[in-house]
Design a protein around this ligand. Structure first.
Ligand SMILES: Nc1nc2c(ncn2[C@@H]2O[C@H](COP(=O)(O)OP(=O)(O)OP(=O)(O)O)[C@@H](O)[C@H]2O)c(=O)[nH]1
Ligand SMILES: [Mg+2]
Length: 338
């Protein structure tokens, strides 16, 4: 699109902070092309400088409002800020994208802020992998503070936030989030608790509940104890403290030599996400066929997966869908085509 450069050029310009190179890099990667893969490979060695802060919480808890405050706070400290807002296609979040846009438009003229919304559908390798790839590109482009907003509590996207360096869990008074959160087991991934909407009644009580829950957990000497930050994000209150705590957490990770481990965990997560999504795609076009075959006793689920893996040994794993010479139809345990 008027930017006909090779991958090497794009990577070089990306590092120089060229805005068009950033857009080009992201579209290359999202196209799922070989060039996109090459770009990701080259970019990997120049990533790892940015701090990644995940912001998660129930729908409507104020994540975007808080994120907007975090951008302001980080800009105040001279940071370059990249934001990835993951908009799950969920029944609750119908208005979320519009809301995000309205709140964050004030950054459109700031070249040191880059905001990207990711929709749930249409990503090769799945949303989680796509999000991590965009983060890697932003990191390579020199954005030093990366914010990832995802809806948590019982949604699969919660995982993505677990791969941030620092995870901020946004809770609100009287919403029953806390109880839900304990059930969903995401309490453990919170490095910072943010009680947003502290202007509403019930904030103090929620704070006591979180404290009590934290006391049940074991914190070995010198380990990170998640702080609880009160916020009224809609009035811009609390974001500074959340960012401050996030920086303290980052320093803690550095001191403890834990950053490398987090980096490994991110790559492991990315691999698993792509494995899962690739197999799901491969199965999609013949799911009914496979179900029929299993039910009729012609094959087993494990056999089906083995076939999918064999077929997908080439580079075009997810794209071999519907190939007429499908192993499912050929193999000794395969169903006969009716
Ligand atoms: N009373 C009060 N309302 C707030 C506060 N922070 C945000 N809100 C309001 O809560 C609503 C939801 O805020 P968002 O920032 O869109 O919440 P979100 O978690 O990003 O929502 P989704 O992305 O849809 O999950 C908006 O109407 C905000 O104005 C706060 O501190 N107090
Ligand atoms: Mg939002």
């Amino acid at each position: 699109m008027g930017y006909p450069l090779g991958v090497d050029d794009v990577v070089e310009r990306l590092q120089r902070g060229e805005e068009r190179a950033l857009a080009r890099a992201i579209s290359l990667v999202e196209s799922g092309s070989r060039e996109g893969e090459e770009l990701l490979r080259q970019v990997r060695s120049i990533t790892g400088r940015a701090r990644i802060i995940g912001v998660t919480g129930a729908p409507g808890s104020g994540k975007s409002t808080l994120t907007d405050g975090l951008i302001a706070s980080a800009r105040g400290r001279g940071r370059r800020v990249g934001v990835v807002a993951v908009d799950p296609t969920s029944p609750y979040s119908g208005g979320a994208i519009l809301g995000d846009r309205i709140r964050m438009t004030r950054w459109h003229d700031d070249p040191e802020v880059f905001i990207r919304s990711m929709a749930t559908r249409g990503h090769l390798g799945g949303l989680a992998a796509a999000t991590l790839q965009v983060l890697a590109i932003l990191d390579a482009a020199g954005f030093d503070t990366l914010l990832v907003e995802t809806v948590g509590v019982g949604q699969s996207e919660v995982d993505i936030v677990g791969v941030a360096d620092t995870t901020v869990l946004v809770l609100t008074p009287n919403s029953g989030d806390a109880v839900q959160t304990f059930k969903a087991g995401i309490m453990e991934i919170a490095d910072i608790f943010c009680i947003n909407k502290f202007d509403l009644p019930g904030g103090e009580r929620l704070k006591r509940e979180i404290r009590a829950a934290l006391q049940l957990g074991a914190f070995p000497d010198g380990s990170w104890r998640p702080p609880i930050v009160e916020a009224v994000a809609s009035r811009g209150e609390g974001a500074d403290e959340v960012l401050e705590r996030a920086e303290a957490h980052r320093a803690y990770l550095e001191e403890r030599g834990l950053l490398e481990e987090l980096r490994r965990r991110r790559v492991r997560f990315e691999l698993l996400a792509i494995v899962g999504e690739t197999l799901r795609r491969a199965l999609a076009s013949r799911e009914d066929e496979a179900v029929d075959a299993v039910m009729a006793g012609r094959t087993t689920p494990r056999e089906v997966v083995r076939h999918l893996l064999e077929e997908g040994a080439g580079p075009d794993v997810g794209r071999a869908q519907g190939a007429p010479a499908s192993a499912l139809r050929r193999g000794e345990t395969a169903p006969e085509s009716e």
